[in-house]
Design a protein around this ligand. Structure first.
Ligand SMILES: *Cc1c(COP(=O)(O)O)cnc(C)c1O
Length: 354
């Protein structure tokens, strides 16, 4: 028997295997891709990469650029292989043993529980209300009563699409003293970032990604803005050269040209509103109001509906028997004709199974 570390065999496995979908709306990616102008510029820059060299100044340049855009210095920015890696490192930095408690709402990003386990921290999930809103008072109380080292919220929340207002977030920041990580993976589809609170509340950390609104899931790039002391500590959890140059250069170009993405972000938000309205008309379908690039729906025969989607080559995210997400499907917003195709399958299924 090979002698693996304790707990490893019990770690859950996050299944990322994929079918070749005709329409892929299961991972909240962009189905539009890079604007042609951006892609052209990316290709030019990639053609000049010194592939035989270890990364050099590319990391600092991107940190500097991101920091500057929001009124911060490069010391306030960390870049990771997707923001999920940064979140994992933050959990690691504030974990270590079961006296280090990490509080986060549930249902939310399923990885939070896994990161807490990997970090040997003690996970303290706070149940969302029946309608998936967060009871801010309960959250604050749980953080303080458990003497947590880290509190996490996802805004807008994945997979529910719900949001906390700036007042809610400030109320949390004001009433807890531990590190407070805000996962803003979908913020571009909502608009109300908590970033302005960072100046006033130095225990806030804001994680963002290039994978969703910026159509760069393949490159695995995310970043976090926080107080320079917190960044310096989280940086200690990273090995040198942890991001590769092709990804850094690509993200750098995308960030420079981020205004080129505005039309598609607006289109996705408009499609989200249009589709929510259409889904709402369907019998037995419950739609949860979303501020992200996906819609969560409840349907009593979700499993059978999911099978119908699969039959049509459409991949949506089904939560199976996950507690609190029973009979829920999460459908990412794609291109208008894709959204229409998804709707047609759903409509005919629902009409056949009243
Ligand atoms: C997609 C997502 C992320 C980030 O994904 P990366 O590709 O690792 O940057 C982070 N948090 C949530 C809730 C997400 O849905």
């Amino acid at each position: 028997m090979l002698n693996y570390r304790d707990g490893l065999a019990l770690m859950p496995h996050y299944d990322t295997s994929e079918q070749d979908w005709h329409i892929k709306v299961n991972a909240n990616e962009s189905n539009i891709g890079l604007p042609p102008l951006v892609e052209e510029r990316v290709m030019t820059r990639l053609s000049r990469v010194a592939f035989s060299r270890y990364p050099n100044e590319e990391y600092d340049l991107l940190c500097e650029q991101i920091g500057e855009a929001y009124g911060y210095r490069k010391e306030n920015v960390i870049i990771g292989n997707g923001s999920s890696e940064i979140i994992e490192k933050v959990f690691y930095a504030f974990g270590g043993d079961d006296r280090h408690k990490i509080v986060y709402p549930t249902p939310s990003f399923s990885m939070y529980g896994i990161y807490a386990a990997v970090a040997d921290a003690s996970a303290v999930p706070v149940l969302l209300n029946e309608d998936y809103t967060l009871d801010v008072e309960t959250f604050i109380q749980t953080v303080n009563q458990s003497d947590a080292s880290l509190a996490v919220i996802c805004n807008p929340n994945n997979p529910t699409g719900q949001v906390l207002t700036m007042e809610d977030i400030e109320c949390i920041a004001e009433n807890i003293s531990c590190a407070f990580l805000i996962d803003e993976a979908y913020i571009e589809f909502y608009g109300n970032t908590a970033l302005p609170l960072l100046k006033k509340y130095p225990h806030i950390m804001i994680a963002r990604t290039f994978s969703k609104a910026y159509a760069l899931a393949s490159c695995r790039v995310g970043y976090m803005l926080a107080h320079r002391d917190a960044i310096a500590m989280v940086e200690k959890t990273y090995m040198p050269y942890h991001i590769n140059v092709p990804s850094l250069v690509t993200a750098d170009t995308v960030f420079q040209m981020r205004s080129e993405f505005e039309p598609q972000i607006q289109m996705i938000c408009a499609e989200r509103e249009r589709m929510q309205e259409k889904y709402r008309q369907l019998h037995s379908v419950t739609v949860y109001p979303s501020h992200a690039n996906f819609i969560l729906i409840h349907y009593p025969h979700a499993d059978a509906l999911n099978k119908a989607f699969i039959k049509h080559g459409i991949g949506v995210r089904s939560f199976g028997k996950t507690t609190q997400l029973e009979n829920m499907l999460r459908v990412s917003i794609g291109r208008p004709e894709e959204n229409d195709a998804v709707y047609r399958v759903m409509k005919s299924f629902v009409e056949e199974h009243p």
